[in-house]
Design a protein around this ligand. Structure first.
Ligand code: MG
Length: 319
């Protein structure tokens, strides 16, 4: 069933306001009652800013009320706030992609050209957390999450490496695959926790951290679910869901355990069972998303050249 909530809204509102001031929020709803618990009535997708090159890695900074995100090709971290609009947060970003906060609120960034996960200290300086595994350079870290024990889990696909046109090989690749890593900042130890992804990408813990969801944006175009052991190792890894439009890049989990995934046509919302609840359709294909805003009930969506937001009825499970 495909419902066009806002077309009704627009036809009435348009009498008083120019249609261009509104952006149709189209939804594709599979489970109506559950979708209503995710998206409040009347919510619409709003374009906050545009003219970026390719944006990713949104993270809401609660302390300052600012959204930070990456423009990967532009080599900058951007920031957006309701009052301040768009500004440069940090440049160069070493083509940073995924961002998150650690337990003390420091910004962690996955850098493509830096080929590392870096932390921004409170004084603004950047420090490498991890840039190698078994003595070889990482490919191009893509996204990172932090468990409540402080351990980092991050993905290392090869998207940030250039391809040699003659050989079709990735230039400078040192790792034998595209792995998912766990890094323990207390010991400095890095472990490859999953090795069988084509291109591991977004990742997010269930609210109780018993499960870690990891997207494979390579040929499988699915999200897998791993059980997390007390020692931080992963097992299982069954397919949780497969996308029917585009590929899963950034993913988030809400406090009810639903999985919100970027997709080719918008954001797909899945029940903890893996069943599709519905979709938020967007004008450009999202690469990532995050919950934020003053009450945590805004979903920010980084979609190609534009930043979008929509009011939601859910809040994020992670910090
Ligand atoms: Mg990504």
């Amino acid at each position: 069933m495909r419902l066009h909530h806002s077309s009704l809204l627009i036809s009435t509102v348009a009498l008083a306001a120019p249609v261009t001031a509104l952006l149709a929020a189209d939804f594709q709803i599979s489970e109506a009652a559950e979708f209503a618990r995710c998206i409040p009535a009347g919510a619409k997708v709003e374009k906050l800013a545009g003219d970026f090159q390719f944006i990713e890695g949104p993270v809401w900074l609660k302390t300052t009320g600012v959204l930070v995100f990456s423009d990967i090709p532009q080599n900058e971290l951007k920031q957006w706030s309701p009052t301040g609009g768009v500004k440069t947060y940090r440049a160069p970003s070493f083509n940073a992609n995924g961002n998150t906060l650690d337990l003390t609120g420091r910004l962690l960034s996955c850098e493509h050209s830096g080929r590392r996960v870096a932390v921004q200290e409170k004084d603004g300086s950047l420090r490498t957390i991890v840039d190698s595994f078994e003595g070889k350079k990482l490919n191009s870290p893509n996204d990172v999450v932090v468990k409540s024990d402080g351990a980092l889990y991050f993905t290392d696909p090869e998207y940030g490496l250039k391809t040699d046109p003659a050989t079709k090989q990735k230039i400078g690749k040192e790792q034998p695959g595209q792995f998912v890593y766990r890094h323990d900042p207390k010991t400095g130890r890095t472990t490859a926790v999953v090795r069988d992804f084509v291109q591991p990408n977004g990742l997010a813990f269930s609210p109780d951290e018993k499960f870690l969801y990891i997207a494979d944006s390579g040929t499988p175009k699915h999200i897998r679910r791993f059980a997390v052991a007390a020692d931080g190792s992963l097992s299982g890894g069954e397919v949780f869901c497969t996308l029917d439009a585009g590929l899963p890049d950034g993913i988030r989990v809400d406090t009810a355990g639903r999985v919100w995934s970027s997709a080719g046509d918008g954001v797909h919302i899945f029940a903890p069972s893996g069943k599709l609840i519905g979709k938020i359709l967007t004008p450009e294909g999202p690469a990532n998303l995050c919950f934020g805003g003053a009450d945590g009930r805004t979903l920010f969506i980084t979609a190609r050249k534009s930043l979008y937001a929509i009011a939601v009825a859910a809040t994020g499970a992670a910090r």
